[in-house]
Design a protein around this ligand. Structure first.
Ligand code: G
Ligand code: G
Ligand code: MN
Ligand code: NA
Length: 250
């Protein structure tokens, strides 16, 4: 497969880059941290979106190397930041199939000198469906080291509420499809409101993704959502633009 061969080369030749998107406190709009998002600038095709190459990486097994590279790059970067901002990193279900995921992450955290409390791992339901015993053991190990775990894309897929009971999540990320519809669709608004209430009663932080307009932000503030993320608060930017963002936030 063309893309697989290219992706292998991209990893070897340093064509991948990590961009960082702000995570912001909803009411104060204070900067809390960043989500790491991988980007690929292909020498001939230009920017290839992650929605195209992450599935290829997962099918080919390259996600193991790619995931480790993102983890190391983002932890190293975050360890240099002047404050104690969080760094959120996405994990693929395929990474969980490998027995030594927790050990690898703990090693990278130790080697980069990042305080484990600053690391948030974003996982999707796919991880929870596959092998719950192994997943639970992995997450417990990471959590006992102080690392935090978020449930990404919440509300899409099966979203079994039993996951919230069985797995030790620190944060729920409301999928951007609900935020997008919020102002125009009463059902989406009701869902967002319910997830915020659910998070509050379970003492799990709730972040709304995909906030693009001041109206959406105002609605989320009036519902007392904990955190927000989206183009309104900041687009994903390369590491070299972060210093400015963090200086502006002071
Ligand atoms: O901007 P955005 O197009 O980056 O991301 C599209 C999808 O790719 C999202 O679902 C996001 O979670 C995923 N993604 C982005 N970076 C990474 C990464 O480093 N690892 C994994 N597994 N997924 C990522
Ligand atoms: O699945 P995950 O939540 O990790 O995906 C993050 C994806 O969402 C990235 O592709 C990122 O670029 C994208 N994203 C972040 N903020 C916004 C936004 O405000 N609007 C839209 N449409 N996409 C966003
Ligand atoms: Mn994510
Ligand atoms: Na998401």
């Amino acid at each position: 497969r063309l893309l697989e061969r290219d992706l292998r080369q991209a990893l070897a030749e340093g064509q991948l880059e990590v961009h960082y998107q702000p995570l912001v406190e909803c009411n104060s709009e204070a900067l809390l941290g960043f989500e790491a998002l991988v980007r690929w600038r292909h020498p001939e095709r230009g920017q290839v979106p992650p929605s195209e190459f992450i599935p290829v990486a997962e099918e080919s097994g390259l996600i193991i190397q790619l995931g480790e590279w993102v983890m190391r790059t983002a932890c190293r970067e975050a360890a240099k930041w002047p404050g104690d901002q969080r760094i959120a990193i996405n994990l693929s279900p395929v990474q969980f199939r490998h027995a030594d995921l927790a050990h690898k992450i703990l090693t990278i955290v130790e080697q980069t000198g990042l305080a484990p409390e600053r690391l948030e791992l974003e996982i999707t339901e796919g991880v929870l469906i596959e092998d719950t015993e192994h997943t639970l053991a992995t997450l417990s190990l990471l959590k006992s080291a102080g690392i935090r775990v978020s449930l990404d894309d919440f509300g899409t897929g099966y979203s079994s509420l039993s996951y919230l009971q069985r797995f030790p999540f620190d944060k729920i990320k409301i999928d951007r499809s609900f935020v997008w519809e919020m102002g125009r669709n009463a059902d989406s608004m009701a869902i967002v409101r319910s997830v915020i209430a659910l998070g509050r009663s379970l003492r799990i932080t709730v972040i709304a993704e995909g906030v693009e307009t001041p109206e959406q932000l105002a609605l989320l503030q009036s519902e007392q959502c904990d955190q927000v993320q989206g183009f309104l608060l900041g687009r994903p930017v390369p590491a070299r633009d972060l210093t400015q963002l963090m200086t502006d936030a002071e």
